[in-house]
Design a protein around this ligand. Sequence first.
Ligand code: ATP
Length: 315
Amino acid sequence: MDRLERTPPAIEARGLVKRFGGTVAVDALELRVEQGECMGLLGPNGAGKSTTLELLEGLQRPTAGTVRLFGLEWGKDAARVRARIGIAPQETRFHGKMTVSETLQLFRAFYPRGLPVDALLQLVGLEEKRGAYAMNLSGGQQHRLSLATALAGDPELLFLDEPTAGLDPRSRQALWDTLGSLKAQGRTVVLTTHYLEEARALCDRVVILDRGRIVAQGTPAKLLASLGGGQVIELVASPVPTPEVFADLPALRSLRLHSAGLTLHVAELQPALSGLLERVRARGLTLRSLSTREVTLDDVFLACTGHGLGEDTPS
Ligand SMILES: Nc1ncnc2c1ncn2[C@@H]1O[C@H](COP(=O)(O)OP(=O)(O)OP(=O)(O)O)[C@@H](O)[C@H]1O
């Protein structure tokens, strides 16, 4: 028996499909997450991230396909699977008249084994709020409490649906630190996010979904490298230049005309910028704005799908 047979993956989904009437939310998804891995699901609104998560969590039944967690199937071994996972949904409503500590005692009681309330409070940095009513916590503290409830059963596998949505940068960084230490403890983490920096900071692997399908996956570094690195130039000029004006630009990799102007992906900045300014002058164009930046995961997404991560899935 080889090592992989003895250590089943934390998650193995085969041919996963979820339909809601005529909408195919998840479309023939194949997914494997190794134990100890942190995997991020990225995609625009409506891409199927939450539905995928809920299928993996056993909260929804797939229309077709199978989900195995640690080699166990939801249909056959639900109790054993449930004891090994923790779920922090996109929104958690806590009982307003229960304190943080009482809330955690309640969640802890759902599991035959797990972490003591004090350890949970410490893990998420809520020790000082143990006596506060859950309804009086700030947004960031509520996210922390949600994470603590997901940790109550000391899970090996954590599912987090947009764990830092709506948080200010400081609270987000604090939660990233907590998630970093949970990863360091060897827990497997699957999270959905709209924040590219979050995926870069936390995830060993990123899966980009669009219309329920995987359009790209790999380490954040590998995904960025798939575009060949380089830089992006954003340009607005009047009159609006046609793409042909820059088609023979030195070091040009790709070019896209959109409502806000032109986006050019270039291998090297200096020759591209010199060539660009020459063409602007030669055509008598007036530059309205010009900026450059590193290639981001959004550019990878754009290259895969033709639309941006910040946009809704086109219907
Ligand atoms: N219970 C449901 N009934 C009908 N359609 C649904 C249901 N849940 C999800 N959908 C549809 O399935 C598709 C995928 O939705 P899902 O919530 O999984 O996307 P998402 O990527 O998580 O989006 P967001 O980033 O906005 O949370 C969407 O078209 C959505 O309208």
